[in-house]
Design a protein. Structure first.
Lengths: 116, 113
């Protein structure tokens, strides 16, 4: 099983709402990632978790709050977002970030977020 | 700094045409090189990769060779199909920061029947 799943597929939220994006993998990977992708642009890294600990935060605004409850799950909690946060949010996983031989990242299908 | 430059799109070809999408990189040391593909409405899929000079990555009829002398990793396919219509991203990672993928800007490919 080389699949990364993400829910929901689509999400529309107001600027005062609180919502969460979920990501799951069952490949035994110990590194998980959140990316943001705007239309016609490459993905931009937001967060990296390694062994359930936050390893990298690419200076993301605090209205985005990641959480890694266990090695298979990754959440992204959203609060007080702005319309410019509308984008495709992609989750990815890799075996490890410490071993160069296992750096290959597997991406999920993404959640398309619209902030109104 | 590290960067990836790929040809501007969109690229439109007829079915069974030969495809080349150019990609050059700037990086210190010996990066690993990748091509990712994103089909409409989907996430990214790793298409192929090469981890050292002169390595050739191949998958689904696509090929790319890691050329250190020209710092290039051009994507080729001998006969494209309508189902190859997608956005293609050239990318690299460095040994010292393997978790950070540096992407090119992407090339949109459209194949006419």
């Amino acid at each position: 099983d080389t699949e990364v799943t993400q829910t929901p597929k689509h999400l529309v939220m107001g600027m005062t709402n609180k919502k969460s994006l979920k990501c799951e993998q069952h490949m035994g990977h110990r590194a998980m990632y959140w990316y943001k992708q705007k239309a016609k642009k490459p993905p931009e890294l937001m967060f990296v978790y390694s062994y359930e600990k936050l390893s990298i935060n690419e200076s993301v605004p605090s209205r985005f709050s990641p959480e890694c409850p266990n090695s298979s799950l990754l959440n992204l909690h959203l609060h007080a977002l702005q319309p410019e946060d509308s984008a495709l949010y992609l989750c990815a996983s890799s075996q490890d970030i410490r071993d160069r031989a296992s750096y290959e990242q597997y991406f999920g299908p993404g959640t398309r977020l619209t902030v109104t | 700094g590290n960067s990836v430059t790929q040809m501007e799109g969109p690229v439109t070809l007829s079915e069974e045409a030969f495809l080349t999408i150019n990609c050059t990189y700037t990086a210190t040391g010996y990066p690993s090189l990748f091509w990712y593909v994103q089909y409409p409405g989907e996430g990214l899929q790793l298409l192929l990769k090469a981890t050292k000079a002169d390595d050739k990555g191949s998958n689904k009829g696509f090929e790319a060779t890691y050329r250190k002398e020209t710092t290039s990793f051009h994507l080729e396919k001998g006969s494209v199909q309508v189902s190859d219509s997608a956005v293609y991203f050239c990318a690299l990672t460095r040994y010292s920061s393997a978790s950070k993928i540096i992407f090119g800007s992407g090339t949109r490919l459209s194949i006419r029947p």
